[in-house]
Design a protein around this ligand. Sequence first.
Ligand code: NAP
Ligand code: GLV
Length: 323
Amino acid sequence: MAILFHCPWDNADAWLAALQHDLPHDEFRIWPDLDGPDGDASDIDFAFVWKLPHGVLASLPNLVGIASLGAGVDALLGDPDLPRDVPITRLVDPLMTDRMAEYVTATVLHHHLGLDVYDRQGAEKQWQRNRTTDAPDRTVALFGLGQMGERCAQRLRALGFDLVGWSRTAKEISGVHCLHGAEGFEEALAAAEIAVLLLPLTAETENLMNAAAFAAMPQGAYVINCSRGEVVVNEDLIAALDSAQPNSRQPNGGHLAGATLDAFAVEPLAPDSPLWTHPKIRITPHIAALSAAATAAPILAAQVRRARDGEAMHDVVNVDGGY
Ligand code: NAP
Ligand code: GLV
């Protein structure tokens, strides 16, 4: 049997080598070269993909499994011709969750310690000590309490932060005030001095962080988006960062203090995007939790073996739910 491989990343060769190492008896077909020795693609029974063009999977009649090379499956599930009878898995790799937790912890601390403000002061050679807040007095709200959110919660709890979490279904996580559903959303927003977005992109989460959501956050809140760009309405974010505050002592003080954005609806972010130049926005190029070939390959190879043996694969996506 053969495996379809499509990886648009600049380290695709390393991914292919790692997968070939863990599946040494398989032939890999690299899109767009789908046809094997018999001149068709009917011997392809598994697919490893990231941002595969729509319609390709539907052309493979003998698939027993599809595995995403990343954690998010919004692009994959966006294929209108997705074969509905083939199980789809997303990548759950402890190294990725650790990477996300490091990114989120660093970004939370950067704002919590006021280093973003000192960056701006430093640019003007301004020696001024600002008021500090201690971790137990700072509430971080995690929107999304899945693999990524829960690991971030563990790390932030170890640092002493007050934690609120929000998910679709009810959860209990030690040290986290867990809220869920539409009824918990307002409470989570109202508590979010630092809001960390770790949600999948679905019909329910698209444009979730809009003007109303930002207005419901406390004055001076900070937003960290590690999910997908479409979860945030950029125009509303910029307006909330720029909005004049009647009692603010800062000349450009807005309702929101700042934002770090790692994911965008169109990537790479366009050079003329106003997000690049906004003084209170920090951009990172979708690096919060890159998937890693060395640790992912054995996880993905095990999924292939399960599918071929007729066992249930792990981390199967709920296609109707969107994640
Ligand atoms: P996950 O384990 O599936 O967790 C998703 C969480 O979001 C769950 O807690 C889920 O609630 C919650 N959720 C989903 N829909 C919701 C809704 N309508 N309302 C409230 N909560 C909702 O996913 P993950 O592995 O943590 O990854 C989350 C996302 O991070 C991915 O989908 C991807 O977009 C993004 N990501 C980004 C990077 C990066 O480098 N920037 C890297 C990896 C992943 P339940 O627990 O109730 O199901
Ligand atoms: C990256 O964004 C991923 O979903 O793995």
